[in-house]
Design a binder for this molecule. Structure first.
Ligand code: ZN
Length: 416
């Protein structure tokens, strides 16, 4: 038992050392390029902005090191202090072993851990982001967001957890297949319902107003066979000056959402290029492909939990009594990151491929890569992006190729 706990401790150590080392590599790379704007970025960023972007990257690096060390210590304390089995026995003794009580235990641990991380989140928004002029969130909005998040977890997450525990009781040894099907169904349902029911709890959405821009974007939609019913603008400026565009839902429920900050920062041709990129994701079926990927991951996860739940040593290693699925669910959710972290370069490789494909689509739809290049440059500039991440760092953390990589690919596009 001690042996297994020891292995887990070593895995926790390996992961945090790798992450700190990646931060170090990235910092070195940024410092190496700090003297002046590198040749290839002269057109993309002026000296002043580049200096500010360097400072922002370094400040974020320092902050994530604090976050990493804090998160690791928290995990070690939670796993090895005995507080989890202690609280579990307390719940069983006082509230019984109903699915609601046991799901309440999982929910309680989740809330307690996110409360422990709350102060760091506050510092990130009101110190780090504030210092670089990105923060536009008020204290009231920030705290309300946290409360809404907890309430949503209570309304959606808690009943779903209860249902999974009930499924284990009802369906015996094949429970993991049923649980997987139910969770997948809820996930698909949420993809459809989130833009209608959940996102409006946090942001205001309005259709893009009549005018030149709207005409132009709708014409692009027609031309590419996307047939956007409406393009929505989200008040992203309520929280931050960072800008973005995204795509929600799938099939008939698809929706394109542009941040108001994006519309302020880009010209019409550039916004058209950004929309063409988002349409590219749709046309190349990236969303269903990602869904299939996450469905396989989820199935594997439930299968592993089902297996671990039959292994006595797994329960004993962390001081839990055997006989219930709940400790396995909890330990799995706490420990899975120790393994999945090492696969992040693979998942990012896939998402970067998707980004190249969407860029390629956008370039072809517009018969030129130029507007997208100019949009990407502006976005990197406004968001103070790190133009020179260490390759290993970007392999582990970047879901998008860097500006230079995307520019290179867009310039190499040839039109028949
Ligand atoms: Zn994209």
């Amino acid at each position: 038992m001690l042996f297994f706990a020891g292995i887990i401790a070593v895995l926790i150590g390996l992961k945090v050392i790798a992450q700190l080392w990646l931060e170090h590599l990235n910092q070195q790379e940024v410092m190496r390029n700090a003297a002046g704007v590198p040749e290839s970025f002269r057109e993309a960023m002026d000296e002043g902005t580049y200096k500010k972007a360097t400072e922002y990257t370094l400040a974020k690096g320092r902050f994530s090191r604090v976050e990493l060390i804090f998160g690791t210590l928290l995990l070690l304390v939670v796993l090895f202090s005995g507080c989890l089995p202690f609280f579990y026995r307390w719940v069983v003794a006082h509230l019984g072993t109903s699915a609601w009580a046991l799901a309440g235990y999982l929910f309680g641990v989740g809330i307690a851990m996110s409360l422990a991380e709350l102060p760091l989140g506050w510092v990130e928004q009101f110190r780090l982001e504030e210092r670089f002029g990105f923060n536009t969130t008020t204290q009231k909005t920030w705290w309300l967001d946290r409360v809404k998040g907890i309430l949503l977890a209570l309304v959606i997450g808690y009943p779903l957890l209860t249902l999974v525990i009930k499924i284990v009781e009802w369906s015996g040894r094949w429970w993991w297949l049923w649980a997987w099907a139910v969770v997948m169904f809820v996930q698909l349902l949420l993809m459809v319902l989130a833009p209608i029911l959940i996102l409006p709890l946090f942001n205001k959405f309005s259709p893009l107003p009549e005018g030149n821009l709207r005409q132009r974007l709708l014409a692009l939609g027609e031309r590419t066979g996307f047939h956007a019913k409406s393009i929505q603008v989200m008040d992203g400026s309520k929280r931050s000056r960072h800008s973005n565009a995204f795509f929600t839902g799938f099939g008939k429920f698809r929706k394109i959402i542009l941040f108001d900050t994006l519309i302020q920062q880009l010209g019409e041709a550039e916004l058209e290029a950004v929309l063409a990129h988002e349409i590219g994701h749709y046309k190349k079926r990236h969303i269903p492909k990602m869904l299939v990927g996450s469905a396989i991951g989820l199935l594997l996860m439930f299968f592993l939990i089902a297996w671990l739940a039959t292994e006595e040593w797994f329960y004993r290693a962390f001081g839990f009594p055997t006989g219930s699925i709940v400790p396995a669910l909890l330990l799995f959710s706490l420990l899975s990151g120790l393994f999945t972290f090492w696969f992040s370069p693979v998942t990012h490789l896939i998402s970067r491929r998707f980004e190249y494909q969407a860029d390629d689509y956008a370039g072809r739809a517009m018969q030129t890569g130029q507007p997208l290049v100019s949009a990407l440059r502006k976005l990197n500039e406004k968001n103070l992006s790190n133009l020179t991440p260490h390759p290993l760092y970007s392999a582990f953390y970047y879901s998008h190729p860097t500006l230079l990589e995307r520019e290179r690919a867009l310039r190499n596009l040839s039109f028949p």
